[in-house]
Design a protein around this ligand. Structure first.
Ligand code: SF4
Length: 335
């Protein structure tokens, strides 16, 4: 099945099971040049992608750096303005919301950032950092606010004296717990986690990932989990979408993707994961060349200059993402 909706249908969520539905989303950055700084082209960071996330599930987004996964997350949160397409969140089209309505919607969608330190104000005590969003949205007495913040500090596994400390007094893993507590403060429905453990030591990565899983169960959270590390995404996700050069090339459940990937790009990514058993030799698929520029992407299939199994049609016709098996969508002419 190809996801395609008419503009008539967009405006209300098509499936009440889904918290988020994305249709034909494009986010382009203008490129300026020349003496008058005219727009001479576009970086096609996200180039016509469609997908959905069910309530309570975790969708992982993977792909090499620059493939558009972070831009996708920021566009959904409306930190970036989409160039085209529709974002349906909890039954409402939020693509063009602004002002108070956008602010209200943002309460239900929060982000966990890659670099916890850069996202925490060094001048504020941790209690104030976590309590600030609650203070901004709700009228609470000082004692009520403090109780709520203390509860969040407990939930993310920090000791209560963290309330009076500053971010620089904590380790990387602890800072990420502070960032998680702040993201939870408004009891959001959707959390977009953008490489939440890639800046952390390997030894603390699994603790933070397990914390996120526990919190998901407790608060019935829905996650968009963005990462380049396929093992991390496998640990966290129910379904996984693979992006290449701003396009979604494959999306399916975790086991299908890791056991039988269909898209040649996904096959190359999966072949690069080291086997946990060194006696089992895996054949690695090495891709030729680098990822092309998103300013001037290749014609036809964006992967064709690097694809080991490309056919003549690939350089001419862009494949659409279509369902080739139940719940398994692929954008490739071979299927
Ligand atoms: Fe390779 Fe062609 Fe499939 Fe693209 S459409 S992934 S170039 S086989």
């Amino acid at each position: 099945m190809t996801i395609s909706v008419t503009s008539k249908k967009v405006g209300t969520s098509l499936n009440p099971e889904n918290l988020l539905e994305i249709y034909h989303l494009k986010t382009y950055y203008p490129v300026k040049g020349g003496f008058f700084k005219r727009i001479i082209g576009n970086v096609k960071a996200v180039d016509n992608i469609s997908f959905e996330i069910k309530r309570g599930e975790t969708l992982g987004l993977v792909g090499e750096s620059g493939c558009g996964k972070s831009t996708t997350g920021r566009t959904i949160l409306r930190l970036l303005m989409p160039t085209e397409g529709h974002i349906l969140f909890d039954g409402r089209d939020i693509t063009r919301l602004s002002g108070k309505k956008l602010r209200e919607t943002r309460k239900d969608m929060q982000m966990i950032f890659q670099d916890p330190y850069a996202s925490l104000n060094p001048m504020q005590m941790v209690g104030d950092i976590i309590g600030e969003p609650i203070h901004n949205f709700f009228k609470k007495s000082k004692s009520e606010l403090k109780l709520e913040v203390m509860d969040l500090i407990d939930k993310v596994g920090l000791s209560r004296d963290a309330y009076y400390k500053y971010a620089h007094e904590f380790s990387g893993g602890q800072r990420q717990r502070i960032g998680i507590a702040r993201a939870l403060a408004l009891k959001p429905k959707l959390i977009i986690a953008d490489e939440p453990v890639s800046a952390l030591d390997v030894s603390v990565q699994s603790q933070v990932l397990n914390l996120l899983k526990d919190l998901q169960r407790e608060f019935q959270l829905t996650f968009l989990f963005i990462a380049h590390d396929l093992s991390v995404v496998k640990h966290m996700s129910d379904r996984i979408g693979v992006m290449y050069l701003g396009n979604m090339v494959e999306i399916t459940d975790k086991s299908s993707l890791y056991v039988k990937p269909l898209h040649p790009y996904t096959q190359a990514l999966i072949s690069a994961i080291p086997s946990p058993d060194p006696r089992i030799k895996k054949e690695r698929i090495l891709l030729k060349g680098d990822v092309p520029s998103p300013i001037n992407p290749p014609s036809g299939c964006p992967f064709h200059p690097r694809c080991p199994v490309a056919v003549e049609q690939c350089s001419k016709v862009k494949p659409v993402l279509k369902e080739v098996k139940p719940s398994h969508r692929v954008a490739c002419h071979l299927y």
